[in-house]
Design a protein around this ligand. Structure first.
Ligand SMILES: [Zn+2]
Length: 254
């Protein structure tokens, strides 16, 4: 975060799981004229404390991190408190490593344009072979996700909540995905994706959503226990207003 000429802090708080704990911490901060700028909160489950990371700016620019720490630890709802102060308006969050998804898995944040650049570099080097590499990578990632969903939800519940599973693409920032149709057997699925992170800004005579195409198929194959084929029938790269993926079960040969 960069706020020129501002003196602000990042607080990493562990707080007790009690109704009203956020309110009591907020009240202490507001009484000390410390403004909350932004942050993220996770309620602890299974006896674990909740965590609250917030950027704050004291109205009194002489406030020190020691004073702030004493103040916060005086609140019975605060178990522990780490504080980092900005320097010349710049503050890099080194307190919340590793970054985690709400499911608890470690994650990393990557700029979309860097990912696009990596894909483009792979295409530059391997030409059409890159499509296969990228598709295989997506497929591998999709199978991992599919296995986790199957483990967490079971086959029937995963099929029942397929629209929610599809909306995970939006939750993860990959694109605004919408389930257009779904038949469980024989498996058939159409997903429309607006503003795909993979295809935005690309221009091509062929669809370019190979990672997401592979991912969709990987998830679907793991959950359904069948083999399929996934085709991108519309794509931003072709000038279409969205990308659309059509998945069909492979015909069994006996
Ligand atoms: Zn596309």
């Amino acid at each position: 975060m960069y706020l020129p000429k501002k003196n602000y802090f990042l607080l990493n708080l562990e707080i007790r799981n009690r109704l009203g704990d956020l309110a009591s911490v907020s009240q202490i901060l507001s009484e000390a004229k410390i403004e909350i700028l932004n942050g993220s909160f996770n309620r602890g489950f299974g006896g674990k404390p909740g965590t609250w990371q917030i950027f704050v700016e004291p109205q009194n620019s002489n406030t020190t991190s020691e004073e702030m720490k004493r103040l916060l630890l005086s609140c019975p709802d605060v178990i522990s408190c780490q504080i980092k102060e900005s320097r010349d308006g710049l503050l890099v969050d080194t307190l919340t490593f590793p970054v985690k998804l709400s499911s608890g898995q470690r994650a990393m944040i990557m700029r979309n344009d860097i990912w696009n650049g990596m894909l483009q570099k792979t295409r530059d080097t391997f030409s059409s072979g890159a499509d296969v590499i990228i598709y295989d990578q997506g497929m591998m990632a999709g199978k991992m996700t599919g296995r986790e969903l199957l483990y967490a939800l079971g086959k029937d519940k995963a099929a029942e909540h397929i629209d929610q599973i599809v909306s995970m693409y939006q939750g993860l920032g990959w694109g605004k995905a919408k389930l257009m149709s779904f038949i469980r057997s024989p498996l058939s699925l159409v997903i429309r994706m607006f503003e795909s992170a993979e295809c935005m800004g690309q221009k091509s005579s062929r669809p370019t959503g190979h990672f997401i195409r592979g991912h969709i198929l990987g998830v679907a194959e793991e959950i359904s226990g069948t083999e399929g084929k996934c085709t991108e029938t519309n794509c931003l790269s072709l000038g279409n207003p969205y990308c659309e993926f059509v998945l069909e079960e492979k015909k069994r040969t006996k």
